[in-house]
Design a protein around this ligand. Structure first.
Ligand SMILES: Nc1nc2c(c(=O)[nH]1)N[C@H]1C(S)=C(S)[C@@H](COP(=O)(O)OP(=O)(O)OC[C@H]3O[C@@H](n4cnc5c(=O)[nH]c(N)nc54)[C@H](O)[C@@H]3O)O[C@H]1N2
Ligand SMILES: Nc1nc2c(c(=O)[nH]1)N[C@H]1C(S)=C(S)[C@@H](COP(=O)(O)OP(=O)(O)OC[C@H]3O[C@@H](n4cnc5c(=O)[nH]c(N)nc54)[C@H](O)[C@@H]3O)O[C@H]1N2
Ligand code: SF4
Ligand SMILES: [Mo]
Length: 704
């Protein structure tokens, strides 16, 4: 008789811990595999089974040897972080946060969150700040990410959702302009949608000062000087107008404000735009031709176009371009932002942002305050007002802000002008960090709280499409770690009382049920979304106001989310980056990412195969520049800006403009790119200018 094969271990359908694509994957217990889990491909619409190396190696970091498994307290005797019990660590955090609040007022206690936190955590963290700490001082790393696109979305469309359509739509449109995205390295499985676009006859235009792996796939690559996308977008719209290719019927029926926007565009004639951007006029004309000849089209921006002190206006100009050509509010057309972090979208909807309450409500709106206070069971007038933005908050550490709780960010590496911010963190009276690893920020803490990770806990994430997803726990956490929700529950009890602690349940589904009620009626309405539905439907797109509502994969097809239902043109004109090159600092530095490392690198630098793939920082520079300064490939070079310097090996490549150098920002120490970056802020979004500052580059070491 044939014997039955033993049943395979159960498969948990879940999602990657890293970027906003939130690729679907399956996890199965496998003894001997890194982290004890095998990653199995799973058919999910954004990635259709494909994963990048970060996703496929993600279980490695579950290994207790690579992460924190006990709380740490800085010893008064040795000055070092020493192992401690959870009771002692939590008691100390509560006592110090409480004492600073008593002595200096509630706003002296700050909270810094992250766009990698689940919706449940982001919601609980925002509520904890307002209800328990009663502080207005809360913001998060998403401010450094897509805040300019978010602000421009709100301004033009009345709502902010990264993509107003599912990612698969990209493959069926006629032309895509990808401005400042290197998705072949930052969201590799998404490349298949671009490949299909081109197989279907659609065109791809990539705007990037570097000829990236993404740009290599384009029909047309425009390589502007960093920080000049605003002029570029206005220049393209100028040509659209000059060639009579505006969609007047669409403009009349679906928009307001065109006259003023059109007048502003007229000053941006092609030759001037060539002079500002360095993009030759024939290429500008070619781009307009490709875009307008196609029956439909999309503009997608990412951090290259957005991380500037002009980011909000730059995105506004791209939106104007879409509206004027009628490429918005119709199937297979529109503007979208490729949100970055795993929960970059959900993380900005549920209240860890300085000015915000859950459901993407405004903290200054009396009706929003009354609604959310009702759900929270507190008086509306007890809720603090809006607080400082991320960089302003970090810059105030050791001054007005004397104690900080960090959950889900590593600003020592990722904040602009990082050496200064590191100094501000050191100047605090008290720093507590909840993290899975001893990040560079955790290394500065007075107390470190070791928390559970993605595969050990359940929670929802909202990906770049506005699709709410469920991550299910696939294995038990190691001894010694606790969930972020449990940490907040304990702190609520210690800082307040048992009754307050009940408002902070550690069970994620209970938190989600409350989040649904808190978001009901808001722009990002999750009221109709449940764990059960998410699992049955491959995710649910918000807004989804009730359980019978199908969710909203495509926004704006009938109306925009403004009061009158029309999209608003914005009147924008070109401004350059805050710092222009000069005799002392003749080059432009831009920064970004490599395939194998994620963000501050706190997680991926600890995964052996990723660390081996790209072990350290480098400086990309053009052969002409290298020749001029006498540098060969691999030589150490020092990059200096008005804020500091960084040293790393040169990578000499013709794939970058000769007036520009590029550094990825994933590493600490000498190669920390953020030693150099300019914290000039966008006036609307408060986004720092990560993508353009003036520098000089020299051979490192003693002069020959
Ligand atoms: N491998 C990897 N993937 C990631 C991440 C990661 O850290 N590593 N992080 C995730 C997150 S949070 C984010 S936000 C996304 C970011 O995803 P992307 O925005 O794709 O990443 P970046 O490398 O920051 O920037 C993209 C490109 O912008 C270009 N650029 C620089 N300056 C300018 C400019 O002035 N104009 C234009 N048009 N382009 C410019 C750079 O040359 C770079 O190729 O990636 C997500 N995915
Ligand atoms: N120069 C330059 N600087 C940049 C950028 C750039 O392009 N150029 N990009 C900016 C952008 S877009 C971003 S998004 C930021 C990101 O910058 P960071 O906020 O520093 O990003 P991460 O490295 O993802 O930090 C997340 C931290 O939280 C931990 N963590 C992960 N999951 C959890 C969890 O569930 N709970 C808790 N408590 N901790 C967790 C991780 O181990 C890690 O230490 O960097 C910004 N900085
Ligand atoms: S593309 Fe993003 S979500 Fe997909 S596997 Fe890679 S890091 Fe994970
Ligand atoms: Mo990001």
């Amino acid at each position: 008789m044939p014997t039955e094969a033993p049943a395979p271990p159960p498969l948990t359908a879940t999602h990657c811990p890293y970027c906003s694509l939130q690729c679907g994957m399956g996890l199965r217990a496998a003894s001997g595999a890194p982290g004890g889990l095998e990653v199995v491909p799973r058919d999910f619409p954004v990635n259709r089974g494909a994963l990048c190396g970060k996703g496929s190696s993600a279980p490695a970091l579950l290994d207790p040897r690579l992460r924190l498994t006990e709380p740490l307290i800085r010893s008064a005797a040795t000055g070092r972080l020493e192992p401690a019990t959870w009771d002692a660590a939590l008691a100390l955090v509560a006592a110090r946060l409480g004492a600073v609040g008593e002595e200096h007022g509630p706003d002296a206690v700050g909270v810094f969150g992250g766009g990698g936190l689940t919706n449940e955590k982001a919601y609980a963290l925002g509520k904890f700040a307002r209800v328990v700490l009663k502080t207005s001082t809360i913001d998060y790393n998403g401010r450094f990410c897509m805040s300019s696109a978010a602000a421009a979305h709100q301004r033009a469309f009345g709502v902010d959702r990264g993509l107003p359509f599912p990612l698969q739509d990209v493959a069926r449109t006629g032309c895509v302009i990808l401005a400042g995205s290197n998705l072949a390295e930052t969201m590799p499985p998404a490349v298949r949608h671009l490949r299909e676009l081109r197989e279907n006859g659609g065109k791809l235009i990539v705007v990037d000062p570097r000829r990236t792996r993404t740009a290599e796939q384009a029909d047309l690559h425009l390589a502007p000087r960093p920080g000049t996308d605003l002029a570029l977008a206005l220049g393209l719209l100028h040509l659209v107008v000059a060639q009579g290719r505006t969609d007047e019927a669409f403009i009349a029926r679906r928009t307001t404000g065109w006259e003023a926007a059109r007048t502003a565009v007229m000053a941006h004639w092609p030759e001037l735009v060539e002079k500002i951007t360095g993009v030759p006029v024939p290429q500008l004309r070619a781009a307009v031709g490709l875009f307008c000849d196609a029956p439909d089209g999309m503009v997608l921006t990412a951090r290259g176009a957005e991380q500037h002190a002009t980011g909000t206006d730059t995105v506004g100009a791209w939106i104007n371009f879409c509206l004027a050509t009628g490429r918005a509010g119709r199937p297979l057309s529109g503007y979208g932002c490729l949100t970055g972090q795993g929960n970059g979208q959900g993380g900005r909807e549920h209240g860890q942002k300085a000015d915000q309450l859950p459901g993407y409500r405004k903290l200054t709106d009396p009706r929003a305050r009354a609604h959310v206070a009702g759900v929270w069971g507190v008086p509306a007038d007890s809720l603090p007002g809006p607080g400082p933005s991320a960089y302003e908050l970090l810059d105030a550490l050791g001054g007005e802000v004397r104690a900080l709780l960090v959950m889900g960010s590593n600003p020592v590496i990722s904040a602009p002008r990082a050496a200064h911010i590191e100094g501000r963190l050191r100047a605090l009276d008290f720093l507590a960090v909840a993290d899975v690893v001893l990040s560079e920020t955790a290394e500065l803490a007075d107390v470190v709280l070791p928390v559970t990770q993605w595969a050990e806990e359940t929670g929802t994430m909202t990906n770049l499409e506005g699709r709410v997803l469920l991550r299910r726990a696939a294995l038990a956490p190691p001894d010694g770690v606790r969930g972020d929700l449990s940490v907040l529950n304990s702190l609520a009890k210690l800082l307040s009382c048992e009754e307050t602690a009940r408002k902070f349940p550690a069970d994620p589904e209970t938190v989600f049920q409350e989040l649904r009620r808190a978001s009901a009626g808001g722009a990002a309405d999750y009221a109709g979304i449940s764990y059960r539905r998410i699992e049955a439907e491959d995710g649910v797109f918000w807004p989804c106001p009730d359980e019978d509502h199908p969710g909203t994969p495509r926004l704006f097809l009938e109306r925009f989310a403004t009061d009158d239902g029309r999209a608003r043109f914005v009147e924008v004109t070109h401004r350059g980056p805050e710092e222009e090159p000069d005799a002392e600092y003749p080059l432009v530095l831009t920064t970004g990412r490599v395939l194998a490392q994620y963000q501050s690198g706190a997680q991926t630098r600890r995964v052996p195969e990723l660390d081996a793939a790209t072990p350290g920082a480098f400086v990309e520079l053009h052969p002409l520049l290298a020749g001029r300064i006498g540098v060969a490939d691999g030589d150490a070079v020092t990059v200096t800006s008005r804020r500091g310097h960084a040293t790393a090996p040169a990578r000499v490549t013709a794939a970058i403009r000769s007036d520009t150098v590029f550094m990825p920002f994933h590493w600490p120490g000498e190669g920390r790119a953020n030693n150099l970056t300019n914290p000039a802020l966008d006036p609307v979004s408060k986004m720092p200018e990560f993508k353009a500052c003036a520098v000089r580059v020299e051979r490192a070491g003693p002069a020959a």
